[in-house]
Design a protein around this ligand. Structure first.
Ligand code: MCA
Ligand code: AMP
Length: 506
């Protein structure tokens, strides 16, 4: 098995990570991460403990991650857009010993209010490099690597506990399939708090001894510049990024040649529209390789590196994985029939952090239930055709819980009832829409004014991308005989089309 720490001795003077003109060679990264590991040990933070990290993508975040891996400490990434309550939940639930965060920010204040020590992203402990080499033995492969919080259909977000062994197995298999190597330079514009950017991006760079150009913000022009001037060979993006790149190419046709020089472009985290794949290929000559994954499972299905990359499909199982498609009762369905995708593999999570019951409920007969609806084509490729829950929204590659947003919007006294749904959108994949029943006696209000008020309420409490982008006022919400809101009817009415699945809506 390839392992994180190999590159440090094999290519000490090559650049591993570069951001905003600053670069870290493997040797310097080792010194910094070893210094951070020593700083943790001085504080009594030991293998199995959790350390949370938030803030902009950059070298300190990578240094912290590597120090955590070497110490066997679980790295708990926190979305840099999160607000107080969202950060507090993760710090409390994970039992974080420490938070690494920008000084003076909301996250730092939240941690201090909970009595959790904060180390600033600018702290010398993360920048100076305290020891030239690692001290002590490397961790056991079974040591925790990441705990990544993810939204579910019910309750607060859950921590997905991923062992270093699972991460190395899956990131190794996926990057092997895609032939990542020390000759590659990755243009890394994905956020470093999800498994896409942190796992495939940072861990993939460590495993394959590549060079990563970290782009702290996704800007199409910066991606193009990475290929034109900075030697990038690989880009991984969510479909929204490809949409934005297509918009950029329409305004700057000359940029297509620069992207055309790359070796590989991959997409995932949400469905890549076939038309976008074809348009990108038409302009750049690059046929995007689409794959499917999930925080709990790692990367499960992938189109081939060599061979036909079929638009609208996510290919076949990644080595180390088996999948099946089942009906409601858990019985496998025939080829071509849609059903729930279930997964087995060596990259699966250990479980939801501190939640054995939720972990057990997410499995059936040894298979992990993804909640995604898929079908297998006669071409041997899998297609993701929907989701079994209407309470999960995927916007720009971020997973959102409709319930969490409903809870906040329901605090507005004018709102008697609210149902949040994801409406199909060409840029974001799905767009957060709130369907509202006004409280009895509430003064009439235009939908625009209500939208502005609900957006203000949402952004005061939640990450900005969770706010509703549209509001519909209705006299009542459609309900079934048991009184449950029929959200699929709201989606249909808003023009998203019927849910493409043969299963009852949960
Ligand atoms: C930003 N905005 C969004 C989103 N992102 N709105 C809806 N959905 C979003 N995802 C809004 C902001 O609220 C703001 O609105 C406006 O866009 C501009 O904000 P800005 O920060 O400039 O946006 P951006 O930088 O263009 O962000 C778009 C993005 C970002 C780069 C596509 O959303 C992103 O990094 N997405 C990647 C998520 C990801 O890595 N997912 C992987 C999960 P306003 O101005 O109105 O306030 S892991 C996973 O899914 C599995 C494992 C897998 O298979 O990969
Ligand atoms: P997350 O929980 O943020 O890791 O998101 C995982 C979810 O993203 C999956 O359960 C799918 O719903 C979705 N997803 C990931 N890749 C794809 C893809 N290529 N096509 C469609 N949906 C995808």
């Amino acid at each position: 098995m390839v392992w994180w720490f190999d590159g440090f001795s094999e290519r000490p003077d090559a650049v591993a990570f570069e951001v905003d003109g600053a670069a870290l060679t493997w040797r310097r990264l080792e010194a910094r991460a070893a210094g951070w590991a020593a700083a943790l040990a001085r504080r009594g933070v030991a293998a199995g403990d959790r350390v949370a990290v938030t803030g902009p993508s950059g070298l300190p975040v990578v240094t912290a991650l590597v120090g955590h891996l070497r110490s066997g400490v679980a790295h708990v990434p926190v979305n840099a857009r999160y607000r107080e309550a969202e950060v507090r939940h993760i710090l409390e639930d994970s039992g974080a010993r420490l938070l690494v965060a920008p000084e003076g920010g909301e996250a730092a204040a939240t941690a201090r209010a909970l009595g959790i020590e904060v180390v600033g992203l600018d702290a010398p402990e993360l920048r100076a490099g305290g020891a030239p080499r690692w001290a002590g033995p490397p961790p056991e492969p079974a040591a925790l690597g990441l705990i990544v919080y993810t939204s579910g259909t019910t309750g607060r977000s859950k921590g997905v506990a991923l062992s270093q062994r699972a991460l190395a197995a899956n990131v190794g298999a996926t990057t092997g399939l895609w032939r990542f190597s020390a000759d590659d330079t990755l243009a890394l514009a994905l956020p470093l708090f999800h498994v896409h950017g942190l796992g495939l991006g940072v861990l993939g760079t460590l495993l394959r001894q590549m060079k990563a150009l970290i782009l702290p913000r996704f800007e199409p022009a910066e991606v193009v510049r990475a290929f034109a001037e900075r030697g990038a060979t690989v880009f991984m993006g969510v479909p929204t990024m490809y949409r934005q790149l297509l918009g950029h190419l329409a305004r700057h046709p000359e940029a297509a040649a620069s992207l055309g020089r790359g070796r590989l472009f991959t997409a995932g985290s949400a469905a890549l529209p076939a038309a976008d794949l074809e348009a990108f290929e038409g302009l750049t000559g690059q046929r995007i390789l689409e794959r499917y994954g999930m925080t709990e499972t790692g990367f499960v299905l992938s189109n081939p590196y060599v061979g036909e990359r079929l638009a609208g499909t996510v290919g076949r199982p990644v080595p180390g994985y088996a999948v099946r498609i089942v009906d409601e009762a858990g019985a496998p369905v025939a080829s071509g029939v849609a059903g729930e995708l279930e997964v087995r593999g060596d990259g699966l999570m250990d479980g939801y952090w501190g939640q054995p019951e939720a972990t057990a409920a997410s499995h059936r007969g040894g298979w992990f239930r993804t909640g995604d609806v898929a079908s297998l084509g006669v071409d041997g490729a899998y297609r993701i055709v929907g989701r079994s829950s209407v309470d999960i929204i995927k916007s720009g590659g971020f997973k959102l819980s409709a319930r969490e947003i409903e809870e906040v919007l329901g605090e507005d006294p004018r709102v008697a009832e609210v149902a949040v749904v994801g409406i199909a959108d060409p840029l974001w994949g799905e767009q957060v829409t709130a369907v509202v029943v006004l409280a009895e006696g509430a003064a009439p209000i235009a939908e625009d004014a209500l939208l502005a008020a609900l957006q203000a309420l949402a952004t005061a409490k939640l990450a900005d991308y969770k706010k509703p982008r549209a509001v519909r006022v209705v006299a009542e919400l459609p309900r079934n005989a048991l009184g449950k809101v029929q959200k699929h009817r709201l989606r249909d009415a808003a023009g998203s089309g019927p849910m493409p699945m043969p299963m009852p809506i949960k």
